[in-house]
Design a protein around this ligand. Structure first.
Ligand SMILES: O=C(O)C(=O)C[C@]1(C(=O)O)C=C[C@@H](O)C=C1
Length: 367
């Protein structure tokens, strides 16, 4: 070995020794943190309160925001927050394992959203439909559910919004996920593909790519992308539009990567549960409203938001199913329903609205 190669080996060994020592220190500190979480659980279990809440969304975002603010680098803030997300997830599982229902089968973007929000220690439970996610949480069989609500390319998932009209569940969190779609198959080339399966939203997100590269293949909408991947695993003339997780789970190869028409394609998911979240300092509130069907009705209904200086981040209308041309509005505003300004505005809104329901206040997503 040359002199310079020898020096390089020694330098490398010295840094690796330092890394080994640091890892042991990190391990000691993580273990100490986990013991603190056990103490928290002990205090919570002994409390007089009727429903013990192990999962505290407002505390979790406070921890993640503090870590991001204190991050000295060189790791990126998002990256550091993701690491702490996992540490907290493991600590919570030690207190009490949490389970979350998602739109199955295994490998969907909804499952990825659940893991992004709760960390890998959450026990995810696949449900065949969005309705069943709601039912599973309503019955108490699952602590939380994760449902898709809107996509930046394709717009709202109207079925999810419709379910909020009748469900007693509340929104306790939101998750945004960059969605990359891939063409997964057992076929050797594009020419062998006769059928393309996917969820209808995903087919729509890749419409231009499919028109260009697979113009004659039949497009077959199914319940989820992962379901499409499962079907394709036994059909050599078919392809699925789905995420990488599905390729791994169903043993498919990726024939084309990132085939979504919009590179910034993002899907927003909501976390639903029996309670919403206490204030975290940076929150959103989702409302379900309807007004009298008369000219200027919506304008005057929303006036209290402007009067109290509250920002509206989203409004969607859906047929109310009470009569034709009768609509309900899904409105997101910045702030928590317990913030004084928001509370006043909501009081005024409630007086004028035909239908007024707070779907929940929840922390603005950190990751
Ligand atoms: O602070 C709490 O209430 C905890 O239970 C601890 C902890 C954490 O690990 O920091 C774990 C789970 C909760 O969701 C929030 C925070």
């Amino acid at each position: 070995m040359s002199e310079s190669a020898n020096q390089e080996q020694q330098a490398l060994a010295a840094v690796r020794d330092r890394i080994d020592a640091i890892d042991l220190e990190i391990l000691q500190l993580i273990s100490e943190r986990a013991r603190c979480a056990q103490q928290v659980a002990h205090i919570k279990t002994g409390s007089q309160s009727e429903s013990v809440q192990f999962y505290r969304p407002e505390r979790e975002v406070a921890v993640l925001r503090r870590i991001k603010d204190a991050n000295p680098g060189p790791l990126d803030g998002e990256e550091v927050a993701r690491l702490f997300r996992e540490i907290m997830s493991a600590c919570l599982a030690l207190e009490r394992p949490l389970n979350a229902a998602f739109l199955g089968p295994e490998g969907t973007f909804t499952q990825a959203a659940a893991i992004k929000h709760f960390g890998h220690s959450v026990v995810t439970q696949a449900m065949p439909t969005i309705d069943e996610i709601f039912r599973e949480v309503e019955s108490g069989a699952c602590d939380f559910g994760v449902v898709p609500v809107e996509n930046s390319t394709e717009g709202v998932v109207s079925h999810t919004l419709d379910l909020f009209m009748t469900s007693p569940l509340m929104i306790t969190g939101e998750v945004s996920l960059r969605v990359h779609q891939h063409l997964l198959t057992k076929a050797a080339d594009l020419a062998s593909i006769r059928r393309v399966y996917s969820h209808q939203q995903s087919l729509a997100q890749c419409r231009e790519w499919l028109d260009r590269h697979l113009p004659t293949a039949e497009r077959l909408p199914v319940g989820s992308n992962a379901e499409a991947a499962r079907l394709v695993a036994s059909d050599p003339e078919a392809a699925a539009v789905a995420g990488l997780q599905a390729a791994e789970i169903y043993g498919l190869s990726v024939l084309a990567e990132r085939i979504e028409d919009e590179p910034s394609n993002t899907t927003r998911f909501l976390v639903i549960g029996k309670q919403d979240s206490p204030p975290s300092g940076q929150d959103k509130t989702s409302l379900l409203l309807s007004c009298k069907n008369q000219s200027g009705g919506l304008h005057s209904l929303l006036a209290p938001l402007a009067v109290h200086g509250i920002s509206m981040t989203r409004i969607e209308s859906r047929p109310s199913r009470r009569g034709i041309w009768d609509y309900v509005f899904f409105v997101d505003i910045l702030g928590h329903r317990q913030d004084p300004k928001v509370a006043y505005a909501l009081q005024n809104l409630e007086q004028d609205a035909l239908l007024f329901k707070v779907l929940g206040s929840y922390p603005v997503a950190v990751l």
